[in-house]
Write a protein that binds this ligand. Structure first.
Ligand code: NAP
Length: 520
């Protein structure tokens, strides 16, 4: 994980003075020896050497390690540091904004989910320790521009969602192409695109039916807009993960005391409370006596958040378009087919020429191709993690960059899940990709992952790193964690150092912008 001080994105809705202030604070925070109380000055080890925000540790352990630290630090421990950007902040600035009181929403942490939201609430209610005066009362830093209000949000046109898997695959991964022509929106390799999805119409219709409501009734939405109920539930409310507040509203309005009690247990997060992982429709079906006034329910729902996808093409090759690599998520629970909100919106419901609001989100850490065209580049990106590396490789080809390029890619089966196979094998053949290592996890009885290929190539990896290679990791969270562990073991063995020293070595590479991760 890199700890170069992040910057507030240029498109965040701040004046230049506010942006400079927040950037200054973040730079101070990230400076070696900084603490939240005294960002730049305190004599403490560099932030990345603290394990209290390590996402590989369970919540209880992180909180134990963070005991005695400042409120923003404990809030951040509750998030664990992914800096995924999905909340619209980096973890430090989200924690600082909550502690300072300028951010009231405690449910923005996507990887942390409800566990993090509840811990944030508990910390604020019971944490006691006042926020030190030296923590700037940051304005809601770097928040994702609201879908319809931010100047940086423009209308893109949907073109296609081409299936990247072959027949027989268990997966449904799409190359989504959006046209930006006429929008004025520019991007760079390494940026992500924020998509503002709509909820599944069948689920929205079932909710309205369960509520016995008129879809045309106007309601005030959590994002401050006023819309007809149908529009509100389709575009403005999170119906997939009902907030604790919404569950409390249902509990308080349930006529049946048993249902009310069960809803209260859910709202308070009691272990074993049922139905587990419920969306709003599950709750309305399971608790038919809970029918709050519409406005009360809608106001308690969390706003529907934009979703971020890494851009999978270089603007030098596909100016006027963005390509995304999207895994359409399907699962079944309690006999009902469920769908990922944004992924299935893009893969299944978007139709050619559909206009959708999008914005560009620069990376929190310097997730860009190396500045030097001669620097070697090592990219580790199984599954949808391939996305930014397709952009990086296109960019290097266009720029005639001479640096060596090495890709570790993997997915379930070679025959069906070798995403962008033609392009990648052609690049390997013509030398753009100096080395291509593949790990198809389910083509043999035991699972083989990219980190096994990395271990097999330890000597060469270490020599590339010593030659100044930039190392990038992109993809799902568990993979990111395991790849980092594998890399630390490789560095320890090849560099003849302890694992602690190897981790510090990677942290140093991170500070130099030579080891960066984009994990979701
Ligand atoms: P994936 O399902 O994580 O699988 C890619 C490959 O990585 C598979 O071969 C998988 O093997 C392997 N793998 C699983 N665990 C691993 C580990 N601990 N270490 C190393 N390799 C491991 O990849 P995906 O298709 O990219 O899906 C990732 C998830 O992230 C999806 O649910 C997607 O919707 C979500 N997501 C994507 C984006 C985006 O930008 N595209 C954004 C947010 C969320 P096995 O499956 O055989 O175990």
């Amino acid at each position: 994980m890199s700890h170069i001080a992040p910057l507030v994105p240029d498109n965040a809705p701040f004046s230049s003075a506010e942006r400079a202030f927040i950037n200054g604070w973040l730079a101070a925070y990230y400076a070696p020896g900084a603490t939240a109380e005294s960002p730049a000055a305190a004599a403490a080890p560099p932030a990345e050497e603290f394990p209290w925000h390590d996402p590989s540790l369970p919540m209880d352990q992180r909180m134990e390690l963070a005991a005695g630290l400042s409120m923003p630090q404990r809030l951040m421990a509750a998030m664990a540091q992914q800096d995924c950007g999905q909340c619209g902040y980096v973890c430090h600035s989200y924690a600082a904004a909550i502690a300072a009181g300028s951010e009231k929403a405690l449910t923005r942490c996507v990887p942390g989910g409800k566990e993090t939201a509840r811990k944030l609430k508990e910390l604020l209610e019971t944490g006691g320790a006042p926020v030190p005066a030296t923590i700037p009362a940051a304005p809601a830093a770097a928040t994702v521009p609201a879908p319809s209000s931010g100047a940086a949000t423009v209308a893109a046109q949907f073109r296609i969602a081409r299936l990247l898997n072959r027949a027989g695959s268990a997966k449904d991964t799409r190359q989504v192409v959006l046209s930006l022509y006429g929008s004025g929106l520019c991007y760079q390799s390494g940026d992500s695109v924020g998509i503002v999805p709509t909820n599944c119409p069948a689920t929205v219709a079932a909710i309205i039916e369960a509520l016995g409501a008129d879809p045309n009734t106007d309601v005030d939405c959590p994002d401050g807009t006023r819309r007809a109920l149908l529009e509100a539930l389709s575009r403005a409310c999170d119906i997939g993960r009902p907030s604790d507040e919404a569950v409390e509203v249902l509990a308080s309005r349930a006529l049946d005391p048993d249902q009310s009690q069960k809803l209260q247990a859910l709202a308070e997060g009691y272990p074993g409370a049922e139905p587990e992982g419920a969306d709003l429709l599950d709750l309305l079906v399971a608790f038919p006596s809970a029918r709050p006034p519409l406005q009360e329910l809608v106001s308690a729902l969390a706003p529907l958040q934009p979703r971020l996808y890494s851009i999978a093409c270089s603007p030098l090759v596909h100016g006027g378009e963005v390509h995304l690599t999207v895994a359409a998520v399907h699962w079944e629970r309690r006999g009902r087919a469920r769908k990922g909100v944004a992924s299935c919106f893009l893969a299944e419901r978007a139709t050619p020429a559909l206009e959708m609001p999008v914005f560009v989100q620069p990376p929190v850490h310097p997730f860009r191709p190396p500045k030097s065209d001669d620097a070697p580049m090592i990219m580790i990106g199984p599954g949808t993690g391939i996305a930014p590396f397709r952009a990086f490789l296109q960019e290097r080809r266009e720029n005639g960059a001479k640096g060596r390029n090495w890709l570790f890619f993997g997915d379930q089966h070679r025959a069906t899940d070798f995403l962008y196979e033609e392009e990648l094998t052609a690049w390997h053949k013509d030398g753009l990709l100096t080395q291509l290592d593949l790990a198809f996890s389910r083509d043999q009885p035991e699972r083989i992952y990219v980190q096994q290929r990395m271990r097999e190539q330890s000597v060469r990896l270490w020599s590339w790193i010593n030659d100044g290679a930039h190392v990038y990791v992109c993809g799902a969270m568990a993979m990111g964690r395991d790849v980092e562990t594998a890399l630390a073991a490789i560095v320890a063995r090849q560099g003849r150092m302890g694992v602690g020293a190897a981790k510090a070595y990677l942290a140093q590479l991170g500070r130099e912008g030579r080891f960066v991760k984009d994990i979701y």
